[in-house]
Design a protein around this ligand. Structure first.
Ligand code: COA
Length: 163
């Protein structure tokens, strides 16, 4: 399994990965219908494609030559010292094999000028919270706009100091 920058030809696989992993992670929390609605809005080919050319961002996939098993997307905020990890998803069958840690490490190395990596995580998503704490993040507050401005989805805000 290796981590590399995503390209346009990965986008169909990334979309399918996000749909499968979102259902596995969030159906029990938000319900199937709401998950369908959110993935349908946020993970369109156009939305994913726009990331490929977003400045000061990093869009990574974990690939074993056959399967895109993980995806990570991070982008600098208005403050270039603060980078936001907007997505980190590993297909359920590939979780707990070190892929999430590999993607996270590569994201951290991709923004040498940043001193803070920030993310939002659903408060009921205990495995992800455990993963982030084990990887050096601490909880710093709450958000009401998880995923998109005005989404109304509450989340915990975590940060990790870099460098
Ligand atoms: C959270 C997530 C990104 C972590 O990715 P992952 O590839 O499973 O992460 P890793 O394998 O690096 O680490 C996960 C656990 O497996 C353990 N692990 C790592 N390599 C392992 C191996 N070879 N054998 C057994 N366990 C291993 C790690 O110690 C870690 O334990 P922890 O959760 O207690 O810290 C992934 O599980 C995921 O996509 N979850 C669903 C979606 C989600 O919640 N994403 C985050 C949204 S904010």
């Amino acid at each position: 399994m290796f981590v590399r920058t995503a390209s346009e030809r990965d986008l169909e696989a990334v979309k399918a990965l996000l749909a499968e992993t979102w259902h596995a992670t969030y159906d029990a929390i938000y319900g199937v219908e709401r998950v369908n609605e959110i993935t349908g809005q946020w993970h369109t080919p156009a939305a994913l494609k726009a990331r490929l050319s977003q400045p000061n961002s990093e869009f990574l996939v974990a690939d074993d030559g056959k399967t895109i098993a993980g995806v990570a997307f991070a982008a600098a905020t208005d403050d270039p010292k603060v980078v936001k990890l907007r997505q980190l998803y590993v297909l359920p069958a590939f979780q707990h094999k070190g892929i999430g840690s590999m993607l996270l490490e590569e994201i951290e190395d991709s923004f040498p000028e940043a001193n803070t990596l920030r993310l939002e995580v659903e408060g009921a998503n205990a495995p992800a919270i455990r993963f982030y704490k084990a990887n050096g993040f601490t909880e710093i507050g709450l958000s009401n706009d998880c995923g998109a401005t005005g989404s109304g989805i509450p989340a915990l805000v975590f940060e990790k100091q870099l460098g």
